[in-house]
Design a protein around this ligand. Structure first.
Ligand code: PNS
Length: 161
């Protein structure tokens, strides 16, 4: 069975992430969305909240599951017997950091390769931090995240609440 991991903070998940997850789900037998438990990054949503949002939006993808992880991604990938880590690239500016991460991960775990998918053009500008910034000022985020999690994000982040 070919297994891929889509790792990230997902604080919160956006249409950009979902596009990469969906495309990975076509290429692999199983995709594990791995949510980094990273309190030092001071996330807006707890790992449990991020996981719950992801579970809602992946419900229509039978070969995709989500869980939280702590520690090194390379160790997690080994534990899951994953052939690949799948990441999205939005722009050249993403590349240097992602390239370095992929080299380190491969050094730590030579059994798991990193595969980069080019973002779909309509998601090029999307990031969790942009979504949070727009939501914090009461802006419309309905085109950036799935409808079923939109209200929860607005409720948490809008400064007018
Ligand atoms: O969505 P993000 O914040 O860009 O995701 C980053 C993530 C979770 C992929 C990355 O921070 C990660 O893999 N963290 C786990 C720790 C690790 O393995 N670091 C690489 C060696 S320094």
């Amino acid at each position: 069975m070919k297994i891929a991991i889509c790792p990230g903070s997902f604080d919160p998940i956006t249409w950009g992430h979902l596009d990469i997850i969906r495309r990975a789900s076509v290429m692999f037998d199983k995709v594990i969305v791995a949510v980094l438990v990273n309190p030092e990054k001071n996330p807006s949503f707890t790992a449990e909240e991020r996981l719950a949002m992801i579970n809602e939006v992946i419900a229509d993808m039978p070969n995709v599951e989500a869980e939280c992880f702590e520690g090194l991604l390379a160790d997690y990938a080994r534990m899951k017997h994953a052939q690949a880590i799948v990441k999205g690239l939005r722009a050249v500016t993403d590349f240097e950091y992602e390239f370095q991460m992929s080299l380190i991960n491969r050094k730590l775990n030579p059994e798991t390769d990193t595969i980069f998918l080019t973002t779909s053009v309509q998601h090029m500008y999307l990031s969790s931090s942009m979504v949070k910034s727009v939501a914090s000022f009461g802006g419309d985020i309905s085109e950036f995240v799935p409808e079923c999690i939109c209200e929860q994000i607005k409720q948490r982040l809008c400064r007018k609440n």
